[in-house]
Design a protein around this ligand. Structure first.
Ligand code: ADP
Length: 246
């Protein structure tokens, strides 16, 4: 479903991704963990081409892009990839001047060219799904962080992406609001949504991940089932990291 091969990305003279290889099957959840600055967010942003990798390949469903410094990507390929991936950001990134409902409708109408009526129906059912049926007419500033992030998830879902990408979706939240967002994500995982999640929530990773990917200094140091990574790895960098965060 998603195949990442030998992915490299540098920012000026800083090499941030140094040959990443990952395979994720459809309907599965991958959780990326690792110290700050290890390249987790950059990898996620490369998956929907918010960052363009320098070299390597990404396949998503039947679409495959090969990157190289000399080859210019076609806008059409970039758009196709973006449509297949929905991103949930750390700081929600909702439009402040639009209501919750309108935030969920916007991309459907503008990008997917759905009618307002169809988009509204879909937005309403997604509001219900994330437990915010009665909050559709509220503006982001009238909602708690946890509620805003649930709107962020509904907005990403509204585009019917093949994969949902989460960039530290709970790290801006007060601790008491983390659970409600993780619950929505857990439900999505159970329903068979394909997801890639960058998070520091180790317990959540252990519960939900089919695959845990430990990144350090731009490489995948360890990957496997939660049990393999959390309980049976002898990798000293991983053990040191897990000791620090637990
Ligand atoms: P993580 O998500 O693991 O904390 P990031 O992918 O955010 O790591 O960042 C990896 C490294 O790349 C960091 O050193 C960061 O400062 C650098 N970096 C990230 N984005 C940019 C950018 N747009 N320009 C320059 N450096 C960047």
């Amino acid at each position: 479903m998603i195949t990442i091969e030998k992915l490299f990305k540098r920012f000026h003279d800083l090499e941030v991704l140094k040959g990443i290889d990952v395979i994720l099957e459809k309907g599965k959840t991958a959780v990326i963990i690792g110290p700050s600055g290890s390249g987790k967010t950059t990898l996620l942003r490369c998956l929907n081409l918010l960052e363009i990798p320098d070299s390597g390949k990404i396949s998503l469903g039947s679409n495959r892009i090969e990157f190289s410094p000399s080859a210019k990507l076609r806008t059409k390929d970039i758009m196709t990839f973006r449509k297949q991936t929905g991103m949930v950001f750390q700081n929600y990134n909702l439009f402040p001047h639009l209501t919750a409902l309108e935030n969920i409708m916007e991309g459907q109408v503008v990008v997917l060219k759905r009618s307002k009526e169809v988009a509204r129906k879909k937005a309403q059912s997604l509001l219900e799904k994330v437990g915010l049926k009665d909050r559709g007419n509220m503006y982001p500033h009238q909602l708690s962080g946890g509620q805003q992030q649930r709107i962020g998830i509904a907005r990403a879902m509204a585009m019917d992406p093949e994969v949902l990408l989460f960039d530290e979706p709970t790290s801006a939240l007060d601790p008491e609001l983390v659970g409600e967002v993780l619950k929505v994500m857990k439900d999505l995982a159970k329903e068979g949504m394909t997801m890639v999640i960058v998070t520091h929530e180790m317990k959540f990773a252990e519960d939900v991940a089919d695959q845990v990917i430990f990144m350090d200094q731009g490489i995948v140091m360890e990957k496997g089932t939660p049990d393999e990574v959390f309980n049976h790895s002898g990798n000293p960098r991983l053990l040191q990291f897990l000791n620090k965060v637990s």
